[in-house]
Design a protein around this ligand. Structure first.
Ligand SMILES: Cc1cc2nc3c(=O)[nH]c(=O)nc-3n(C[C@H](O)[C@H](O)[C@H](O)COP(=O)(O)OP(=O)(O)OC[C@H]3O[C@@H](n4cnc5c(N)ncnc54)[C@H](O)[C@@H]3O)c2cc1C
Length: 452
């Protein structure tokens, strides 16, 4: 048994961020990982999805650009690059890298078996530490659907099987119309699958501004994706090499695979913490503003159930390491960008109009068709799309929300993210000088249109 400065459990982006900072500061750190250093994000989520989505996106861009002939997709080449980007599911270089930096790298499932000081068990070894950081992420939620138990991973996919796919299925049933369902649904459709999406809510991406959801639905129509809204899969059974599912409206959908994109469950309930007086809430570890669960116990990333994004996991990792290293830092979740990397990209930040009204804000909104107002969409594409929506607080004269639909929206949403986070006055934003010709110029037009 060794007493360490810190033990980090789970080496996805949250755990890696804390570890990197503590090692740089010269602390003695043990890291525990039961699968692969890099986490869900690196092997079965963010990285493979963004790699897979890129060629269909380039193809769309090429089709839209004047003077490009016959862009073609090459699945074996894409699959091989995906495998390279997920390191062929081999993290030995990462393990070596952390060991070289002085970390104690432990492989296996960690349990927290004692407190004062915190004691962590991995297999037959136990170590204690001043600080334990839990960054164990989340797993795919499996909804209660009749017949699901009888299906194997050849036909029942979560993000794991979907991102590791080796062949493109002819027909795919995607259950869930939030970011994961939209990204993977569009990817499969663009690769030639016949895709059906079943969404329980009234709209795709139904937590976003309804106008943005409309634009996404229009896009899915263009992509030839069948969307069932306000619908659920009530039962499913194996049929031949695929599945046959019945929806709540009585429709039957046959497909080669059924992909569950129905949400994520934080993995805070498998560590033994309840026995030590820390009760997870539906798997999530409750944290205070410092990302602290209890004195000396911290949590970062999806396990906190706070905006389940890699950038939030990394931010919380920065907050925790600052606090451990002696700088008091409180997490501020204002203006976390939310991006769906479909094509065109979908991005949002801050409050929707409805959320702003619920908070009693005197709201002003503006929507700008960027293709009518800007040069950039037309220099990129012969049939461009692009829309920007703003939500403002009239009384304070600042932006409180924004949404965007268009190429590279993941990049230009950050103008709004910065303005909202810093509370930059709209008057000052109107006096900025964005580069011509860019999508970013759209802000000037939308800001002018705001009745503020
Ligand atoms: C398909 C998909 C696409 C996504 N795309 C994006 C995107 O583009 N951008 C974005 O910001 N977010 C995206 N996300 C969300 C993102 O993947 C997560 O928010 C992010 O991975 C959270 O990081 P984390 O550090 O909390 O946990 P994870 O990345 O989940 O890592 C947790 C690690 O903890 C390990 N672990 C768990 N329990 C134990 C234990 N008891 N002992 C030891 N190790 C343990 C796991 O093996 C894992 O390696 C996507 C999610 C999905 C499903």
């Amino acid at each position: 048994m060794e007493h360490l400065d810190a033990i980090v459990i789970g080496m996805g982006p949250g755990g890696e961020t804390v570890t990197d900072r503590l090692l740089t500061a010269g602390r003695r750190v043990a890291v525990v990982e039961r699968e692969l250093i890099g986490g869900e994000c690196g092997y079965w989520a963010c990285i493979p999805t963004k790699v897979l989505l890129r060629p269909p996106e380039v193809r769309e861009e090429a089709v839209g650009a004047a003077g490009v002939a016959d862009p073609a997709l090459d699945w074996p080449a894409l699959r091989s690059y995906r495998d390279q980007m997920i390191r062929h599911l081999d993290d030995s270089k990462q393990v070596e890298g952390y060991r070289e930096r002085g970390a104690l790298v432990l492989r296996g499932e960690a349990r927290i078996v004692g407190r004062d000081p915190w004691r962590v068990a991995v297999g037959n070894t136990e170590h204690t530490a001043d600080h334990v950081v839990v960054a164990t992420g989340a797993r795919a939620l499996v909804p209660p659907i009749d017949g699901l138990d009888g299906l194997g991973p050849d036909v029942l996919w979560t993000n794991r099987e979907a991102t590791a796919l080796t062949e493109i299925p002819e027909r795919a049933l995607v259950v869930g119309g939030s970011a994961v369902g939209v990204e993977l649904g569009q990817f499969l459709a663009r690769m030639g699958s016949q895709v059906t999406i079943v969404q329980r809510g009234p709209r795709l991406l139904d937590r976003e501004d309804p106008r943005l959801c409309e634009l996404v639905s229009e896009q899915f129509e263009r992509d030839g994706v069948t969307v069932h809204l306000g619908s659920q899969v009530t039962s499913v059974a194996r049929e031949g090499d695929g599945i046959s599912a019945v929806l709540s409206g009585g429709e039957r959908v046959r497909a080669d695979v059924m992909l569950l994109a129905t949400g994520r469950v934080p993995r805070g309930d498998q560590l033994g913490l309840a026995e030590l007086g820390v009760e997870p809430d539906r798997g999530a570890l409750p944290v205070d503003g410092h990302c602290r669960v209890a004195p000396g116990l911290w949590a970062a990333g999806d396990v906190t159930a706070r905006s389940m994004f890699t950038h939030v996991a990394k931010y919380q990792g920065r907050v925790i390491s600052a606090n451990i290293l002696g700088t008091d830092q409180v997490a501020d979740y204002t203006a976390v960008p939310r991006v769906v990397f479909s094509y065109p990209e979908i991005a949002a930040v801050g409050l929707t109009e409805a959320q702003a009204r619920e908070r009693g804000i005197d709201v002003a909104t503006a929507e700008t068709d960027l293709t009518a107002a800007l040069a950039r969409p037309w220099t990129m594409d012969t049939d461009p799309r692009g829309t920007l929506g703003l939500v403002a607080d009239r009384e304070r004269g600042v932006l409180v929300g924004a949404w965007a639909f268009g190429p590279l929206a993941s990049e230009w949403i950050h103008t709004a993210a910065l303005a909202i986070r810093m509370g930059l006055p709209i008057v000052a934003l109107r006096d900025t000088i964005p580069q011509f010709p860019t999508f970013n110029e759209g802000y000037l037009i939308a800001l002018e249109a705001l009745d503020v």
